[in-house]
Design a protein around this ligand. Structure first.
Ligand code: NCD
Length: 312
């Protein structure tokens, strides 16, 4: 839905998925985010851009990075931020997402950040409340701010995305991070290789404009970026893998497999990591190759940009 009242022209009222954004929207968000990188490293991190605004973080699934960075982002912009602890809420008494949304809507928030286990939950919420909704991950569908912070990290290190060869590896079928990254990296002109065992590949993968590989060495050959994903055991309804050891053998990122990527290839992971299952622990901490900490750092800047743009 177009919202012409925003000071910064963005085509959407809500941030529900990368698929809804235009290239111009993405560029607006990324260039706003760049301006916050320096601020986040400085001694005085407080602005009053969102003074008087109320931000509610509504997380129905566990989160460390996303919740804390949305909370810090809102506070650094001067908003009043309330993070709902859903373990103590009426959800435990059987209240639905919509009832919760209507209750919160009556308190006149200016923005709601939502994470939910159902794909499409953020879209549903956006239809029921008056304020903007930011999707912090809905089921296996989209996680737009993660893809945006991944893009910002790549641009920060490689100075571009267009023309880069980027491998996304692991549990693709359950990963909203993979889906949002595929949409965004394709939009920004990267060549995307998707790697994983056939039972962890989505059925519609051929429609997503990527190349697929079941052999990790072939998939990461000559890549500039190797993005690893967590095995999302909580979304697996049956046994997808014979053992963690076998998974590590074929799909864990190890020094011998990384040799196939470009010499200056960077390693990414959205976290939380299962060390020794998806990734060799030394590689994860290798400051010359891994940008995992930088992803977390730039995540705050991206979330500040999104809050600023969608809250105004
Ligand atoms: C991701 C998520 O929740 O989708 N984590 C995150 O936001 N940093 C990936 C994951 O949980 O594996």
């Amino acid at each position: 839905m177009a919202n012409v009242n925003k000071a910064i022209k963005i085509s959407q009222k809500h941030l529900l998925g990368i698929q809804d954004l235009s290239i111009s929207d993405v560029n607006i968000i990324l260039s706003e985010a760049k301006q916050f990188i320096g601020l986040n490293k400085s001694k005085n991190k407080k602005l009053d851009i969102l003074r008087g605004k109320t931000q509610i973080n509504l997380f129905f699934e566990p989160s460390t990075r996303t919740l804390s960075s949305f909370e810090l982002a809102g506070k650094r912009l001067g908003a009043d931020v309330m993070s709902m602890n859903l373990n103590n809420s009426a959800i435990k008494k059987g209240e639905t997402l919509i009832d919760t949304a209507m209750t919160l809507n009556a308190m006149h928030p200016d923005i709601i950040v939502v994470r939910h286990q159902d794909s499409g939950a953020s879209n549903l919420l956006s239809q029921k409340v008056n304020c903007s909704v930011l999707n912090a991950g809905d089921g296996r569908r989209e996680h737009p701010t993660q893809a945006l912070l991944d893009a910002l990290t790549i641009i920060d290190r490689k100075k571009k995305i267009e023309g880069l060869k980027i491998a996304i590896c692991g549990d693709i079928v359950h990963s909203r991070v993979a889906r949002s990254n595929i949409y965004l990296l394709n939009m920004l002109g990267a060549e995307v290789n998707i790697i994983g065992p056939s039972n962890l590949m989505p059925k519609d993968i051929d429609k997503l404009g990527v190349k697929t590989f079941s052999d990790m060495k072939k998939g990461i050959k000559d890549c500039d970026i190797v993005m690893m994903l967590r095995l999302q055991n909580e979304r697996m309804t049956s046994s997808f893998l014979s053992s963690n050891r076998e998974y590590y053998e074929y799909y864990g990122l190890t020094p011998d497999k990384l040799e196939f990527a470009k010499e200056d290839a960077l390693i990414m992971h959205p976290g939380p990591m299962n060390r020794g299952i998806e990734i060799d622990t030394k590689l994860a901490d290798d400051i010359n190759k891994s940008v995992i900490k930088e992803q977390v750092e730039l995540g705050v800047a991206v979330r500040m940009a999104c809050l600023k743009i969608f809250c105004e």
